[in-house]
Design a protein around this ligand. Sequence first.
Ligand code: CAA
Length: 262
Amino acid sequence: MSYDTIEVSTQGPEGQQVGLIRLNRPKQLNALNDQLMDELGAALLAFDADDGVGCIIVTGSDKAFAAGADINMFLPFDFAQAFGQGLISRNWETILKVRKPVIAAVSGFALGGGCELAMMCDFIIAADNAKFGQPEVKLGIIPGAGGTQRLPRSVGKSKAMDLALTGRMMDAQEAERCGLVSRVVPLDKLQDEALGAALQIAQYGRLAVLAIKESVNLAFEGPLRDGLQYERRLFHALFSTEDKTEGMDAFLNKRAPAFKNR
Ligand code: CAA
């Protein structure tokens, strides 16, 4: 399949590949419009359905992961059109259906919908030039792709209020200090760092990886008691997999495991 607004490739050994998706609207600093979000959704679902792929990376350019929703696209909408057509809801959250881990490799601007897209990924690795923010208040609107919900869960109420109410940007170091990103690396190391993490994940037994993602997401999205119970069920369930026996046997016999994803 060919795309106009994203570039898609794979890297790594057969059966344990990493799917790489690069947002590519350089003139607009990768501003997100419906075409890009449709293409991103299609590419994500294709990698998710590909048995040879174990992890996915979403990235942008050195200058911008994404500078937000494309403001040109939003301008003509009134309430009836936005609500009636399901703006955002219709096609911007396909990523939430993806069961394999998705890493956001962020350099440059990740603003508005760009920050929200990064937060919809499973974790964020940032370059030292990354800048995060929810500047929608400056446009007379609010974050509309989960920013007011995911940001406080991720960085706490005070920081989320500060960012969303002032519209200021925070740099990569501040983003790491407050837990929005998991690692910060020099810009020229970003792609290697993200690929290294993704290749590591892709080599593990797929069932354990999918179960961890599901369970951590429940911690993020639901109450603690439900999350703990769900984790215990998945933990017990994985004891009936061949990968569990293989992984433990390999460790005890000091050899590399050969996971079969069953
Ligand atoms: N939408 C459409 N076009 C955008 C854009 C956006 N979000 N962000 C940047 N661009 C365009 C600019 O209009 C400019 O186009 P021209 O060359 O044709 O003039 C080009 O990209 C380069 O941008 P700048 O000249 O502004 O570059 P800069 O380096 O001076 O500034 C910036 C970079 C600080 C990111 C600035 O472009 C900016 O503030 N962008 C808007 C950020 C924003 O408000 N994002 C939130 C959008 S709303 C949203 O996302 C809602 C939601 O929750 C889903």
